[in-house]
Write a protein that binds this ligand. Structure first.
Ligand SMILES: *Cc1c(COP(=O)(O)O)cnc(C)c1O
Length: 354
C-alpha cells in the first residue's frame, strides 16, 4: 500500500471500545461511538458496534450517510443547518438541537417523510458553544417543541470542554438533571435521555461523582486514544496507539542547521528562527501540512527531532538516532486527536486497518 499511510490496529481499538462500554454500562450509561475523527470509516464504525456501542454519532451528515446501513441508531451531533434538514431526518434517527426554528423545520420534514424524528435539546451549562443558556428560555422552547407533530423530545443534553474548556462536574451536570426534572413535572412527560457530554465527562465515573440520572455519553477521543479529556489521563486497560502514521523518507543528507542567506518568510508567511547546532543528518519525509500539523506528531523513535514542515515536506533530524535510516525507509509516528482527524480526512493518506 502506498505512503503516507495511517495504520489502524483493529484489536486495540476494539479493546478500548469494549472497556469503555463496560465502564459506562456498569454505571447505567449508554455509549454513543463518535466517528467524526475518522470520517465515519465504515470498517472502523463496525469495530465500534462490535465493541458494544449502543449507537453511532457524527457531526457531519456526509459521514452519517456512509454508515447508514450499519444497524444501530445514528445521532447527528452538530446542530442541523437549514440547508440539510431533509437529509438529517432521512439519515439520522436523533439529532442534537437548540433552535426552535430548526426543530419546527425538522418536524415538517419528518411529517413529509412519514417519520418521527427524535431530538435531544442541548443545554449550555457554561462552556458557551451550543445549547440554550437562559433557563426560562428552555421551558419556553420545550412548550413549543411538544406541539410539533413530527418530533419526539427524547431528552436533554450538554456539551462541555469544547469551546470554553469547562470541566464537567457533579454540580454542572446536576443542573442538567434538575432542569430535566422540572420539565418532566411542568409538562407531565418522561425524558428518556440525559446526555452528559463527551470524553471529558468520564472522570466523574471514576471518582463516583457522576449524577445517577445521566444515562448517556457521546465518546470519541476516549475510544480512539483511551483518554479522558478533562485532565488528559489514560484510562486503565486502554491503548493510546490504535492509530499510527508511516511516512516515507525521500531525501537523507547532512546539512547545516541554519539556512544560508538573508531570512525572509517561510511558505506560510512566518519568519522562522534557527539555532546553530552545526551539521546535522536530516531526512525529508513525504508528508506535509496539507495532511498533518508537525506539532501533532510524536516520533516512535525517541531520538528523532522534528525540525519543520511545508505543505508536502516534513523535515526531521535523525543525527542522534540509533537506526541507520535509508532512502525509502518508513518513519513511524504516534498520533494525537488532531493529527488523526486531519490524516483520516486527507485523501493523500492511505488507511490500512490491521
Ligand atoms: C465531537 C463531539 C463529541 C465527542 O467528543 P470527544 O471529546 O471526542 O469524546 C460529543 N458530543 C458532541 C456534540 C461533539 O461535537
Amino acid at each position: 500500500m502506498s505512503y503516507p499511510k495511517i495504520l489502524i490496529y483493529r484489536d486495540k481499538l476494539k479493546k478500548n471500545v469494549e472497556n469503555l462500554v463496560n465502564i459506562c454500562r456498569s454505571n447505567g450509561i449508554n455509549v454513543g461511538g463518535v466517528t467524526k475523527a475518522f470520517c465515519a470509516n465504515r470498517d472502523l464504525a463496525k469495530i465500534y458496534v462490535e465493541g458494544g456501542v449502543q449507537f453511532l454519532a457524527d457531526s457531519r451528515i456526509e459521514n452519517i450517510k456512509k454508515i447508514k446501513d450499519i444497524n444501530v441508531p445514528k445521532l447527528m451531533l452538530r446542530l442541523p443547518m437549514l440547508s440539510e434538514i431533509d437529509e438529517i431526518v432521512k439519515y439520522s434517527d436523533i439529532s442534537l438541537n437548540s433552535e426552535v426554528e430548526t426543530i419546527q423545520l425538522l418536524s415538517n420534514s419528518a411529517i413529509k417523510q412519514n417519520k418521527i424524528h427524535s431530538i435531544i435539546l442541548m443545554i449550555d451549562l457554561g462552556d458557551l458553544r451550543e445549547g440554550i443558556f437562559d433557563e426560562s428560555k428552555i421551558y419556553d422552547s420545550v412548550e413549543k417543541i411538544l406541539n410539533f407533530k413530527g418530533i419526539k423530545l427524547l431528552g436533554l443534553g450538554t456539551n462541555l470542554t469544547c469551546y470554553g474548556g469547562v470541566i464537567p462536574s457533579r454540580d454542572n451536570l446536576n443542573r442538567l438533571v434538575e432542569i430535566g426534572e422540572n420539565i418532566e413535572k411542568k409538562f407531565n412527560i418522561k425524558l428518556e435521555v440525559l446526555s452528559g457530554g463527551n470524553s471529558s465527562s468520564l472522570h466523574l465515573i471514576e471518582s463516583g461523582e457522576m449524577p445517577d440520572k445521566i444515562n448517556q455519553l457521546r465518546l470519541g477521543e476516549a475510544l480512539i486514544l483511551g483518554r479522558e479529556t478533562a485532565f488528559g489521563n489514560q484510562i486503565k486497560n486502554t491503548y493510546n496507539d490504535c492509530f499510527k502514521l508511516a511516512a516515507q523518507i525521500i531525501e537523507l543528507k547532512e546539512k547545516p542547521s541554519v539556512p544560508i542567506g538573508e531570512i525572509g518568510m517561510d511558505a506560510f508567511g512566518r519568519k522562522p528562527k534557527f539555532t546553530d547546532k552545526g551539521n546535522r543528518k536530516r531526512a525529508i519525509c513525504a508528508i506535509g501540512k496539507q495532511d498533518v500539523e508537525i506539532d501533532d506528531l510524536i516520533p516512535m523513535d525517541g531520538n528523532i527531532l522534528l525540525i519543520g514542515e511545508s505543505s508536502d515536506h516534513l523535515i526531521i533530524d535523525v543525527t542522534d538516532s540509533d537506526k541507520e535510516y535509508k532512502i525509502g525507509d518508513e518513519v513511524l509516528f504516534k498520533l494525537n486527536y488532531g493529527s488523526i482527524l486531519k490524516l483520516m480526512t486527507s485523501q493523500y493518506v492511505s488507511k490500512k486497518i490491521i
